[in-house]
Design a protein around this ligand. Structure first.
Ligand code: SAM
Length: 294
């Protein structure tokens, strides 16, 4: 008998039964830790204000726990799952939902813009993901950089990564990742998720973060590549001043020139990178750009 809508797939008993039924074995390398906390599922859907007009892409549906909640609330869901062994399970757990399509592919190899064009007539969509943590940051950055047609992203990440992605100037976790994420989106932590919210328990605590993607980047810069080089260079030597860190980085600018620019921008010479706002980084990068051009 197939699973019904009213069955609570996130209940450990229901989940364990279905895993047994299909003799499923977890794969560590695919980061298979499945959510067993119904509150977190609600917080994910609420976090992106999911409604009946929304089209959703889910990456890494697992056995379909979040997928069912997304399908319940949204217009339609396209879910990308790499593990073939999960397909019969998804067929069972999603049998009551006719607004879900499963694509058996590796998200690292798929062209998401094409997928949106083919499935959603190029409409802006919302994206939800719970993936192996070692591929999550590169995937988020590649989604943001390649300007895929997304309204928002809600994603489970390692707690420390969530703090770095959402951090503000002056905070311990603030760095080049905070700036890169903040350039493209307004980022916030939706909820912290403890290890025991998953089967099997992972080694680290997690957090759900939401990124509301800007139509245009938060700051306008003359050269994006140089801007990101400058922000990375500024945080290269964590406890050093911006001046020391940047002048010994691959930006290729002398201490004297940085000093002049900082003076011009009315920024203290002994400032550390972690104190600078994204707007100040944009000004700094634009001034370096002008200097290099002349
Ligand atoms: N969303 C489910 C949940 O919350 O219970 C499962 C999350 S589990 C942490 C990660 C899922 O991503 C697994 O189902 C895994 O097979 C899948 N996955 C791992 N690497 C993938 C990839 N490169 N492309 C697509 N799916 C992948």
């Amino acid at each position: 008998m197939k699973m019904k809508k009213e069955d609570k797939l996130y209940s450990p008993k229901v989940m364990t039964d279905i895993l047994k039924k299909y003799k499923f074995r977890f794969s560590k390398s695919l980061g298979q830790n499945f959510l067993i906390d119904g509150n977190v599922l609600d917080q994910i859907c609420d976090g992106i204000s999911l409604g009946k007009d929304d089209e959703v892409i889910e990456i890494g549906p697992g056995i379909g726990t979040l997928t069912r909640e997304l399908a319940e609330r949204a217009k339609s869901v396209v879910a990308i799952e790499l593990d073939k062994k999960l397909l019969p399970i998804l067929d069972d757990t999603l049998s009551d939902y006719d607004n879900v399509k499963i694509i058996n592919e590796d998200v690292l190899k798929i062209d998401l813009n094409k997928l949106i064009e083919e499935n959603f007539e190029n409409k802006k969509v919302k994206l939800a993901a719970n993936l192996p943590y070692y591929i999550t940051t590169p995937i988020i950055m590649s989604l943001l950089e390649s300007k895929v047609n997304l309204k928002s992203i809600i994603v489970m990440v390692q707690k420390e990564v969530a703090e770095r992605m959402t951090s503000a100037p002056g905070k311990k976790a603030y760095g080049s990742l905070s700036i890169a994420v903040g350039y493209y989106s307004k980022a916030e932590i939706v909820t912290i998720v403890p290890k025991n919210a998953f089967i099997p328990k992972p080694n680290v605590d997690s957090a759900v973060i939401k990124l509301d993607i800007y139509d245009k980047p938060k700051v306008k810069v003359k050269d994006e590549e140089l801007f990101f080089k400058v922000t990375k260079g500024a945080f290269r030597l964590r406890r050093k001043t911006l001046l020391n860190s940047l002048s010994s980085s691959d930006v290729g600018i002398s201490k004297e020139d940085i000093k002049n620019i900082l003076n011009k921008l009315d920024i203290k010479e002994n400032i550390r990178g972690e104190k600078l706002t994204i707007e100040e980084f944009a000004l700094l990068a634009d001034n370096i750009y002008d200097l290099k051009k002349n």
